[in-house]
Design a binder for this molecule. Sequence first.
Ligand code: ADP
Length: 378
Amino acid sequence: MYKQPRIGILGGGQLGRMLIQAGIDLNIYFKVLDPDPSAPCKNIADEFVCGSLLDENTLFKFAEDIDILTIEIEAVNTDALQIIADKGTIKVFPQPSIVKMIQDKRLQKQFYITHNIPTASFILTETIADVWENKHYLPAVHKCGKGGYDGKGVQVIKNTDDIAKGFDVPSVLEKLVEIEKEISVIVVKSANGQIQTFPVVECVYHPEHNLVDYLLSPADITTAHEEKAKQIAIDLVKKLDYIGILAVEMFIDKQGTILVNEIAPRPHNSGHQTIEGNFSSQYQEMLRAIIGLPLGNTETRTYSAMINLLGEAGYEGEAHYQGIEKVLALPNVYIHLYGKTITKPFRKMGHITLLGNDKREILQKMDIIKKNLKIISQ
Ligand code: ADP
């Protein structure tokens, strides 16, 4: 039996916005909490509360009249979430203890080691002095334990000249991997135990600003790599005893080994293209999972790609979408704007999904989009 669930989302960004869009077809009542009064969910949530995601009392009050509490961002007060979950009247997915572990890259890496999940070798550092002491470990990547996102809090340290760029806070010093491809697998585990993976996608990062430039679905990798990557993702949700949606970012190194880079306990940038490219989207699957409904078909309908639409460098102010007419005149191109009024350099303002018969067709269309669509202010 199903009746309209009341779902609370912590975070009102674009991921929440697309979750709401998917949930409308399930008659879900959405209540959203975000500190930004003009967050992307503001105008489409049934109820929008402006407040801190870190303040215990704000979270307690927010959760009073909902059935299921979930997140679209990791930076939330997990201790408060645990207290809410322990009361037993509201379901909290994913489980707060797992989100707390994921918030800290040091704990994440230790989890991989103790649970036999393949990952790049690392040591823990407390200060920059520890990096100097372990200079034999270079070249490496220094990563802040807490608070990093979208490449902020990540620094490549090739040799001792770079050590000063490292972090003087508890961090991970990870061996530099010779990356052949960056891939991602989204896996869903429902409240009733069903597990489903999405096909592996290939993420191509922008060399300058450390965000996904575009991604291709499915990834251009061997069947053996596809199977191995999915099996690692399934192994992870089982070992975490996780409920909800989990994005698993991985590297394939030059030797062909798959290593887990990091995980995200929420819908992910690498799953945006599933809205049009797959039979069921990451947002639909997440909702089915946390409500406890049967999962859908995650397979691809066709070849697809996703490009992040970032604010153009050098512009800040009210956003204008230059060249949108030319882009939308192309066949099988779908635009998603995130409802952000103000553009800033490299701010994620939206994304485009392109569908096509093969990689060549998609890359040609992508080239036209990149040359023509610019998000600027006037
Ligand atoms: P964030 O949490 O900010 O997304 P990541 O840990 O995903 O940070 O790192 C950002 C990017 O840095 C990765 O996508 C990858 O391109 C590069 N990177 C991270 N770790 C390594 C590594 N050990 N070796 C080589 N490159 C890495």
